[in-house]
Write a protein that binds this ligand. Structure first.
Ligand code: PLP
Length: 376
């Protein structure tokens, strides 16, 4: 079965006695002992989790998947398996809350973290030198949309026995399959493109390792990271239209980014499927389209940039991405505000940088909105 068919048919638990086409929401905290599904308590499993896990594993070409209450919970579930003294070698441009978790929690527990620009192959030698327990990647990265060579980095990491994690949130399971490229774990904030409707939070980790799956299920119950059955059901519903949505997100973002690139006064536009992207070829190799995120440096100061955001009508200024509605963010004051200004600037997050999440609205309406806010 191909992606779109798997999205609709795998993980569907039909109820034979009612003929219900859509699985019910199993709103229960506990289960009678001895049931055929071997469920005991919802913190350690629920039919809605199992349905969603089957669907997402199928979409990521994975043997296993575990679901969580948020993307950050899924990251926690992974890193909770590290021990004092272990090293994470991380891409330097990662999501702000991942950075915060690494810096404010893991460091206190004695886990070491080193950051590097892993878009530069010259830095792969750090993997061999440092032999990290874990290599942490995001591709495209948030918010700079750098593309990391998942296959090449995985090869280098496996030669020294490191586990490679890819945060696949920005790409989505439809456009990029990290495990096929050689990564060990593919982690998703299902809050974004998987669910696609901005109405719940969720996270997931997919792998082909029975050992990791045991650890990840253990994290779900031992750390209390489970989603609610209703949220898992919502993500299951959203996943059915992921392919259709991703095609429109990608075509809208490509069109808007290329028009913005031709607009006078705009300092920089970055989108993985634009020829001007420094890793355009690599993006085309490991993703089947560019996804819905693009960034632009408007060449304005902090306050002027915030004024531009206020003039937009169809792009709502909000954190998050990946919903059917277009959103816009100012990383310096929002998602990446927890990263100190000097470190922010070092990775390219200027005051004029705006991050667009193209929704699936009509592209002409979206362009008209950006143009009027720019005063064109
Ligand atoms: C790349 C990336 N990873 C992880 C997360 C965290 O996901 P959640 O907000 O569902 O906890 C986000 C949220 O924006 C994200 O953009």
């Amino acid at each position: 079965m191909n992606f779109t068919t798997r999205a609709i048919h795998v993980g569907q638990d039909y109820r034979a006695e009612t003929g219900s086409v859509i699985p019910p929401i199993y709103a229960t905290s506990t289960f009678a002992t001895g049931n055929p599904g071997k469920f005991d308590y919802t913190r350690s499993g629920n039919p809605n989790f199992r349905n969603l896990q089957a669907t997402l594993a199928a979409l990521e070409n994975a043997q296993h998947c575990t679901v969580y209450s948020s993307g950050v919970a899924s990251i926690t579930a992974i890193v909770a398996n590290l021990s004092t003294g272990d090293l994470i070698l991380s891409e330097e441009n990662i999501y702000g809350a991942t950075y915060r978790l690494f810096e404010k929690v893991l460091r206190r527990w004695g886990v070491k973290i080193k950051y590097a620009n892993l878009a530069n192959p010259a830095n792969y030698n750090l993997i061999e030198q440092l032999k990290p327990a874990m290599v942490w990647l995001e591709s495209p990265t948030n918010p700079m949309l750098k593309i990391l060579d998942i296959a090449a980095i995985s090869k280098a990491a496996h030669s020294v026995g490191s586990t490679v994690v890819v945060d696949n949130t920005f790409a989505s399971s439809f456009l990029q399959r990290p495990l096929d490229l050689g990564a060990d774990l593919s982690q998703l904030s299902t809050t974004k493109y998987t669910n696609g409707h901005s109405d719940c939070l969720g996270g997931a980790v997919c792998s082909n390792s029975a050992d990791w799956q045991d650890k990840l299920l253990f994290s779900q119950k031992a750390l209390g990271l489970n989603p609610s059955p209703f949220d898992a059901w919502l993500v299951s519903r959203g996943a059915k239209t992921e392919a259709l949505r991703m095609e429109r997100h990608s075509s809208n973002a490509l069109e808007l980014a290329s028009r913005l690139e031709q607009t006078k006064g705009i300092k920089m536009v970055r989108y993985p499927f634009l020829k001007s992207h420094p890793q355009h070829e690599l993006a085309r190799k490991q993703m089947s389209a560019g996804s819905g995120m693009f960034i632009a440096d408007l060449g304005k100061g902090y306050d002027e940039t915030l004024q531009f955001l206020k003039r937009l009508n169809l792009f709502t200024q909000a954190e998050s991405l990946g919903g059917v509605e277009s959103l816009v963010a100012h990383p310096a004051s929002m998602t990446h505000a927890s990263i100190p200004p000097t470190e922010r600037a070092a990775v390219g997050i200027t005051d004029g940088l705006v991050r667009f999440s193209a929704g699936i609205e009509d592209v002409e309406d979206l362009w008209h909105d950006i143009a009027q806010a720019l005063g064109l």
